[in-house]
Ligand binder design. Sequence first.
Ligand code: T3D
Length: 262
Amino acid sequence: MAYETLLTEDAQGVRTITLNRPGALNAFNETLKDELIDALKAAARDTAVRCLVITGAGRAFCAGQDLKDRSGAGSGQVSFGASLRDKYNPMILSVRTMEKPVIAAVNGVAAGAGCSLALACDLRVVADKASFIQSFVKIGLVPDSGATFLLPRLVGLGRALELAFTGDPLDAGTALDLGVANSVVPGESLMTATMDLANRLARGPTRAIGLTKRAMNRALLVDLESALDYEADMQEIVGRSPDFAEGVSSFMEKREPRFSGQ
Ligand code: T3D
């Protein structure tokens, strides 16, 4: 199927999905969310696909929700609970429940729900200039799309809270030290290094790898679904707040936000 905002390519049992809105740092508009959900379902179904790679076109992996689609923010016009339940949560669950390995080739910044998407992948091969940002706090939101669940499990509660409270970028080297990155490579070698790993995994015993993922999910992620649901409740609350409206306005106007605490 031809997509408007995604590129897909198959080679030797590896499907590569490239988020393709480079002008907006691959931010999620409605089309990209819908197409990614569709592409993930297709990859999960297709037995010829034995490893999935997700990456971004241009200089970013993904900048999260397209904030240009959130003008009028804080007015309650958009239900963030519904947005998460209808789009982001199925996307994250699809990556986590797909019984084949999913690798994020993190080519650049992964922010907001884009960071969550990278965290939901099984493994992360990361370009040396890439970074992970829990940018939600910068616009007055709470981490979503699985971040409250996945990040503390990857880095521990203290570091997860620090990243979520500050919205400071986690650089590739520190991500490697914390176990967020499985490997860090020079940007120009990212796809070669990713494909070496993906080809190896695609030649592996897919059923055993899939069930390994299922067993580890069961051991560690047994309550991911409720966590996603709870995040949607929290986002519904702050999505109607003046501070979120201010956060989005300040982003659009390229200035620092002046949060009132409301
Ligand atoms: O809404 C719901 O349904 C609830 C769910 C929410 C999930 C979320 O993901 S909330 C979090 C949303 N994402 C963000 O808050 C991140 C916003 N972006 C940034 O903070 C920065 O752009 C980055 C740190 C990612 C990169 O910074 P930098 O300096 O490298 O690039 P830049 O100059 O800020 O951005 C380059 C262009 O991409 C720019 O466009 P322009 O001025 O050249 O026309 C910028 O507006 C655009 N862009 C970047 N991020 C987004 C975006 N456009 C729309 N939405 C974005 N998220």
